[in-house]
Design a protein. Structure first.
Length: 306
C-alpha cells in the first residue's frame, strides 16, 4: 500500500473496536466490520481513533487490531492508524509497527496541556521528528482535546512539515476555518481536508472546500453518497443527507454517541455485540427504543427517495 498523500479524498471511516461482552477484543467482528465498510464504498479506514476506544487498549492489543484490520483490507484501501499518546515512546513504537504492517500513515491529536500557538507548533515539530518520514494526519478536535488551533497555527504546521499531508477537521463551528484554509496563499503546499463530527455538517463542509470525511457513523454509506454527489448533484446529496440526519444527530450526543453507534451497528449485524470496554455507558431500554424508531423512520424516508 502506498503512503497517504495530500491528494486524499472520499470517506475514511473511523472504525470502532468491537468487543465481546467480557471486554476482550472481538476479532471476528473486526473482519466483518472491515468487509462492511469496504462494501459501503469507503475510500479508506482509520483505526484506533478516539471513537475506536484506543485509550482503553494495551499496546499489544493495539498492534493486534492494526494487524488484523490491515490483513483483512489486504491493500484494497489505505489505512490510517491513530497513534496519539501521552509520550513519544509509545507513538514511535506504534507508528513503526503500523507502517511495517502496511499502514498508509498515522493520525496525531495534540495533548490537552498545550495552550499557546508556539507550544502547539513545537509539539508537532517534535512529533514529526519522532515518526520520521511517515505521513501524518493533524487532528483538530478542540471539543475533546481542549486545544484550540487557529487557522494560522494549522497553516504553520502544514507549511513547515512536509509529512503533514491531511487535516482531520473537527472544529465546531468550523466552516469558516475550512474557507480560511482554502483561501489563496494560506497554504504553501497541498493539504487534504477530511472532516469529522459524525458527518453532521458534511454537505456544507464539502461546499466550503473539504475533500471528504474522516469520521464514523453507523451508516457510512450516507457519507459516501453525499461526497459522491457533492459536485455533480448537490441537491441529491442533500436529500440523502437529510434522510439520515435525525439518527446522525442522535448519535452525536456527548457521552452516549459511541454506545448508540455500536448498538446500531450490532442491530445491522456488522458487529456481534454493542459492548464498550469499561468505563463506558450502557444504553437504557428507552434510548434503544428511540434508536429503533429513528431507524424505522429513516428507512421510510430512503424508500421515498428511491
Amino acid at each position: 500500500m502506498t503512503n497517504l498523500t495530500a491528494d486524499a479524498k472520499g470517506v475514511y471511516v473511523i472504525a470502532v473496536t468491537p468487543f465481546l461482552p467480557d471486554g476482550s477484543v472481538d476479532m471476528e467482528s473486526c473482519d466483518r466490520m472491515v468487509d462492511f465498510y469496504l462494501e459501503a464504498g469507503a475510500t479508506g479506514l482509520t483505526v484506533l481513533g478516539m471513537m475506536g476506544e484506543a485509550q482503553k487498549l494495551t499496546g499489544a492489543e493495539s498492534r493486534d487490531i492494526v494487524a488484523r484490520i490491515l490483513a483483512r483490507v489486504a491493500g484494497r484501501v489505505p489505512v490510517v492508524v491513530g497513534v496519539s499518546s501521552p509520550g513519544f515512546a509509545q507513538m514511535e513504537t506504534l507508528t513503526a509497527e503500523s507502517m511495517d504492517l502496511g499502514a498508509a500513515g498515522v493520525m496525531i491529536a495534540p495533548p490537552g496541556a498545550l495552550r499557546t500557538d508556539d507550544q502547539i507548533v513545537g509539539y508537532y515539530h517534535q512529533a514529526a521528528g519522532v515518526i520520521g518520514a511517515v505521513p501524518f494526519v493533524l487532528q483538530d478536535f478542540p471539543l475533546v482535546t481542549g486545544v484550540q488551533m487557529s487557522n494560522k497555527v494549522i497553516a504553520r504546521i502544514a507549511n513547515d512539515l512536509e509529512t503533514c499531508v491531511c487535516l482531520k477537521h473537527e472544529d465546531w463551528p468550523g466552516l469558516d476555518k475550512i474557507s480560511a484554509l482554502r483561501a489563496p496563499d494560506v497554504l504553501a503546499r497541498p493539504l487534504s481536508i477530511l472532516c469529522g463530527n459524525g458527518g453532521l455538517f458534511l454537505p456544507e463542509e464539502m461546499a466550503r472546500g473539504a475533500d471528504g470525511a474522516m469520521t464514523g457513523f453507523a451508516y457510512p454509506e450516507m457519507m459516501v453518497d453525499v461526497v459522491k454527489h457533492c459536485k455533480t448533484d448537490p441537491d441529491r446529496g442533500q436529500d440523502i443527507f437529510d434522510a439520515y440526519l435525525p439518527l446522525a444527530r442522535f448519535e452525536q450526543q456527548p457521552g452516549l454517541g459511541l454506545a448508540i453507534r455500536k448498538y446500531t451497528m450490532a442491530r445491522r449485524g456488522i458487529i456481534s455485540h454493542d459492548a464498550l470496554r469499561k468505563p463506558g455507558p450502557a444504553l437504557s431500554a428507552a434510548t434503544k427504543a428511540e434508536v429503533d424508531r429513528l431507524i424505522m423512520r429513516q428507512e421510510k424516508r430512503l424508500a421515498q427517495l428511491g
